[in-house]
Design a binder for this molecule. Structure first.
Ligand SMILES: Nc1ncnc2c1ncn2[C@@H]1O[C@H](COP(=O)(O)OP(=O)(O)OP(=O)(O)O)[C@@H](O)[C@H]1O
Length: 266
């Protein structure tokens, strides 16, 4: 069973088509890197898949649960939004125990898990410091723990390493890989292409709400017009800046790159 399956998923805001007929099938235990320029529809997609927004058309299931069934979906998914909600006047530990309570987790079990996640992320020594006094990286780490505290089947991460120094970013990258190796499916939206290259099994490129390419990072990079030494950045710029349909036509070659139906049809 796919961890994330969408069929014709579409979200319109007035005249704006934020997500346009999206078809995804993402296997369990994989990391899916979701790339796209500003305004491409990445956040909207994640809000749809976590049932924070309702689709205009189409359907989707996450961990086998329809996104229309919010009560059943909620315990199965975790979401780290780009600006995570944190209480400045709580300590990291208080914040996480509060979230554990909201999720109806058994307190003793939750405490053990919080302890081990904070230790993993090198944050244990600061667990009792006020979030107000945390650096950007420390906040991001607490928010990351918050998103995975209940051991979700699928976790959605929006720019989890933005604003982090290289060491903190590396720690988060390792945790992302660790989650997937433990069977959790990670849906990772970021502008930082090396992060995707390092951790994603599959990359999807979104442009104007449409999935314009999908494949393994190295296969996508090989498809760049620059030839064999192309990078993910080359293909990203081609597909999102230039007409994606022209790029799809010119860039044929890699057997593992699946062009989306629209791109292939045109
Ligand atoms: N609540 C809303 N009301 C109206 N328009 C919206 C709303 N949310 C998103 N949009 C529009 O939908 C489109 C996609 O936005 P979205 O935030 O999903 O893009 P994004 O890829 O996450 O961008 P970024 O990388 O800048 O975060 C944009 O044109 C945006 O203005």
């Amino acid at each position: 069973m796919a961890a994330i399956e969408t069929t014709g998923l579409t979200k319109r805001y007035g005249q704006t088509v934020a997500v346009d007929d999206l078809e995804l099938s993402i296997p369990e235990g994989s990391v899916y890197g979701f790339l796209g320029p500003n305004g491409a529809g990445k956040t909207t997609t994640m809000r749809l898949l976590t049932s924070l927004a309702r689709p205009t058309e189409g359907s989707a299931a996450v961990a086998g649960v329809s996104i229309t069934d919010r009560a059943r979906l909620r315990p199965r998914v975790g979401y780290l939004p780009e600006t995570p909600p944190l209480y400045e006047r709580a300590t990291g530990l208080e914040q996480l125990e509060y979230v554990a309570g909201l999720r109806d987790l058994h307190l003793e079990t939750a405490r053990d898990r919080i302890h081990s996640l904070l230790a993993d992320l090198d944050l244990l020594a600061d667990a009792e410091t006020l979030i107000d006094d945390y650096s950007t990286g420390m906040r991001q780490k607490v928010a990351f723990v918050q998103a995975v505290l209940h051991d979700p089947d699928v976790v959605f991460l929006d720019e989890p390493t933005s604003g982090l120094d290289p060491r903190a970013a590396k720690t988060i990258r390792e945790r992302i890989r660790g989650l997937a190796d433990g069977g959790t499916t990670v849906f990772l939206s970021t502008h930082i292409l090396p992060v995707v290259e390092a951790v994603a099994d599959t990359v999807g490129i979104l442009s104007d709400g449409r999935l314009v390419a999908e494949g393994a990072p190295d296969a996508l990079a090989r498809r760049a017009e620059t030839g064999d030494d192309g990078t993910l950045e080359d293909v990203f710029l081609e597909l999102t800046d230039a007409d994606p349909i022209d790029s799809a036509r010119d860039g044929a070659g890699s057997e593992t790159v699946i062009e989306t139906e629209e791109a292939a049809r045109d």
